[in-house]
Design a protein around this ligand. Structure first.
Ligand SMILES: Nc1ncnc2c1ncn2[C@@H]1O[C@H](COP(=O)(O)OP(=O)(O)OP(=O)(O)O)[C@@H](O)[C@H]1O
Length: 252
């Protein structure tokens, strides 16, 4: 579906992404975890074609990103950055309508179908009542939900989210995580909350620019990795309701 081979990016004399090879499988929710500065955002930007690697190549549905071009990539892949602001005066609906841009041209002008995608995306993120609001007047969490709605309005096959639960209250964190698990999409998302990461199909772990583990959460998040990569030890509890694992952390 989406894969990076030997991806390397150098900045300021350091390899901030260092020889990463990773294949995202169709339909999975892949969580990208790692300490601050380990290269998660940079790797996501490389995979989304927003940064060009110094070494290595990204292929999307079997084709190099360069062969697809920005519009071809944007029809397949939507990216929600950790921080993205706009100086333009926009309403919430205008911002979500921007998600339809890769699908519009002289032969395919704005249509009722585009309108329907925008309305549906707004309702999935609980933002239907905010359509006429000025973007600048929104709170951080409301902006985050509009960004995700814009990405869904793009009707991608792959959704990439950099820390999507940032700024969200607990109800909307759960709503976004449930939504990404439910949507018939391939999802790659960077997360800091390791209990939230446990809900992903697979986890990729970054440490100092390298991919150091990849696999199902219960297998990846063992005591040695939590200690070496995150500098913590974890107590494993069991949710009495559904038997799922809960991690409780302490400094190493
Ligand atoms: N243009 C640049 N020049 C120099 N260093 C950079 C540049 N861009 C990123 N870095 C460094 O690369 C490292 C990886 O950054 P990145 O944002 O990918 O990490 P991250 O894992 O997403 O971190 P966080 O969890 O804090 O969001 C960091 O140490 C960052 O300071």
């Amino acid at each position: 579906m989406l894969s990076g081979q030997d991806l390397t990016l150098r900045r300021g004399g350091a390899r901030i992404v260092d020889g990463v090879t990773l294949a995202v499988q169709e339909g999975e929710v892949l969580g990208l975890i790692g300490p601050n500065g380990s290269g998660k955002s940079t790797l996501m930007r490389l995979l989304a074609g927003l940064l060009r690697p110094d070494q290595g190549q990204v292929t999307l549905e079997g084709q190099p990103l360069a062969a697809l071009g920005p519009r071809g990539v944007a029809r397949r892949l939507a990216f929600v950055a950790q921080f993205s602001e706009t100086a333009q005066r926009l309403t919430v609906r205008d911002a979500v309508e921007l998600g339809r841009t890769p699908w519009l041209d002289a032969r395919a002008p704005w249509s009722p179908q585009d309108e329907a995608h925008v309305t549906h995306a707004l309702s999935l993120l609980d933002m239907a009542g905010f359509e006429a609001r000025d973007w600048a007047s929104l709170s951080g969490g409301e902006r985050q939900r509009v960004h995700i709605a814009r990405a869904l309005a793009q009707t991608p096959r792959i959704l990439m989210l950099d820390e999507p639960t940032n700024h969200l209250d607990i109800r909307h964190q759960l709503q976004v995580l449930d939504l990404v698990a439910r949507l018939p999409l391939t999802v790659v998302m960077a997360l800091h909350d390791l209990n939230q990461a446990m809900r992903c199909d697979r986890l990729a772990v970054m440490q100092a620019g390298r991919l150091v583990a990849l696999g199902p959460p219960a297998q990846v998040l063992d005591d040695a990795l939590l200690c070496d990569v995150f500098g913590v030890r974890a107590q494993r509890l069991t949710d009495p309701d559904d038997g799922s694992a809960i991690l409780r952390f302490q400094p190493r």
